[in-house]
Each structure stands twice: as C-alpha cells, then as structure tokens.
Design a protein around this ligand. Sequence first.
Ligand code: SF4
Length: 386
Amino acid sequence: MTRGIGLYVHIPFCASRCPYCDFATAPARTVLRAAYLAALREEIAREGRMLDRPRIRTLYVGGGTPSLLDPSEIESVARSLREAFDLRPREATVEVNPATLDRERLGAWLELGVTRISLGAQSFDARGLRALGRTHQSQDSTTAFMAARDAGLDVNLDLIFGWPGQTVADWQRDLESAIALRPDHVSCYPLELRLDPEASVANWPGGGWPVLERWRQRTAAAQPDDAGVARLYRLAEGVLGRSGYRHYEIANWARPRKRSLHNLGYWRDRDWLGVGAGAHTHLGGVRSANPIELRTYIAYARSGSARSADLESDPRAEAAMLALRLDTGLDLRRYGIRFGDEAASRVRLALTDVSRARLVRWSGDRASLTARGRLLASEVFVRLLP
Ligand code: SF4
C-alpha cells in the first residue's frame, strides 16, 4: 500500500429526500446524528489502526449532504481522520448541495484540506429542479459555485438529464448555463429510477416506499424514451467536447488535468477504504460494504467487528467493466497478467463479439467503448458477467 489508498467518508444526512435518490441517506435532524458521527469516528480510528495508518492518496467526503455538517462536526471528523491516517491527499473532495454552503462551513472544509467540491446543481432550469423534486433554486448553484471559486477550489458540476418534459433545447440551455460558469469537471447522469425500496427508505420514518414508488412510476411514465435520452446524451458529448472538456468516462467530462483522481481510483480498480453507513471498500482484491441502516451501522461500528466480504462480487468481471468505463479502455495484456490467460481469453471473446455491433473498438490489445458503446454500455457489461 505504499502508493496510498483512496478514502471515502459517508455523511448520510440530507435536509430532505430527493425522490429519485437511492443513496444511503437519513434526515438531517435525526436523533441518531450525534451517535452516527461518534460511530463514524470510532470506525475511522479502528480502520486506521488495522491498516497501520495508511497514506491517503485521495479523500472524498460524500453522502447524503456532507455540506450541511456544522463546522464543529467537520472539525471533529477531520481530527479523527488526521489521527487515524497519513492524510496527505493529492485531491480532497466534498459533495455540496447548493444552498448549504456558507462561509463558516467552507472555512472548516478548507481547514481539512479540501481542494475540490462536487456541486449537485442537477439543473439550472426551474422546471427541471421541480420535476426532480429538488428544493434548491438555480441561483443557489451559482452562488455556491462562486463561493468555492473565491476559495480557490476546483469545481465539479453534477447535472441530470432525461427528466419529464425535458426537451433538447432545455438540455442545451442547461449545458450552456453550466459551461458559462467554467467548471473544471462536469458529470451528466441520465435520470434512472430504480423501482425497489432498499437504500432510499431505510432511514426515513413515515412516507416510506409506497409514496416514493408512486412518484417514481409517475415520473418514469413521463420521461423521454430511450431514443430521446440517447439524443440528450449525444448533445452533451457534442456541447462539452466543443467547449474543451474531455469525455474521459461514460458520465464524466473534464478540462485538462482536472479528471477526478478519486473516482479514477475506483475505475482503475485500485484500493480504497469506505467508512460510514452503506460505504463500500475494495482492499487487497476484496470488496465489502457497511450496513445502510443507521442503527445497524452504529452497532457495527461500535462492536469492532471486521467488515464482511462481499462474496458475490466477481473481481474479474468488475475490473473489466470498470476499465471499459474509461476512454483509455481495457488493456487485455495487463488484464491477463493480473487474472490469468483464461480470464483474459474469455473477456476478449465477449468483447470481440460485441465489436461486430460497433460497441467496442480495438487498438492492439486494448479494447474501448465506441460512442455507440458508451450509450449501450450495459449491453457490453452484461456479457462480461460470469
Ligand atoms: S440526491 Fe443528494 S440531497 Fe437528494 S436525497 Fe440524495 S443525497 Fe440527499
């Protein structure tokens, strides 16, 4: 672990629940807030001891809405992180929900060494924000963006496309509004509505799954169809590409030298530790995940029990799919060295098969998705499963 690991810290609290969201979230005012943060600090301390105070190469504080932590809460988590790890990240990111970033909080994040924010703007269109059930206004995103820039931070803007009623012209305007701010990095996600309860309701009392399910069914019925979503995606590729952003991952574009180093660690199948409810870990080729439900997580963190490995995940399939998400693609020669000739031949065969449908292109031993393949990536990935 000499080159260090990535560290993900999960802060689940949100001011309200966005109805499309499937992350492990909980109400900001939950009575468990203090207990959760205490458990998180315990988990951080324990992992630091067990891993022998590893060097943290990249730090990502996500959620939930980490930007609504109070300055004193940020400071206490920061103290735990510094005590447990050799915290010298090349990049430290915090996710920010517009309208939650004030000067004091920003100061506390800067103290921790944050270099970048990921701003969940989602749309600059009032109809889009309404359709997504967001509670912030477009101006909040601009204000938070400016505050981060004034503090010298890099900024990633998160956008969602494919909301009910969205036209090509609407999306074009959204992209242009984003580019006008000159962010370093832009993420564009299609609105995907998973129709099962799991993470999105685990910690929210009242208004459980039936309420969300009704919203999702109604929204799904009014979304653009697959061809419409594909047009929106292609528009993003064109507009962002012409504006100097490199399309380096299926849903991510960056200016030169501004790719997300932390997320590159995921896609390159490197080692990372995740702490907090629902956080995933990948260390030494083994994947694991923490409990999503807050009480269960708190009990787990306090018990000191080891993380339980996810025995269902297949490291060979995961590594191939993750590499293909990147524009640099999958190097089958290196893949063979890591997983053996038989695994490499299997992947080569599957990818050769889909290259006939113009989903994958080859350059020597390296396979990468074509523009069509990025649109239909799930068609490619399903062939890589064991
Ligand atoms: S989308 Fe973001 S702000 Fe909304 S519920 Fe999910 S994590 Fe919270």
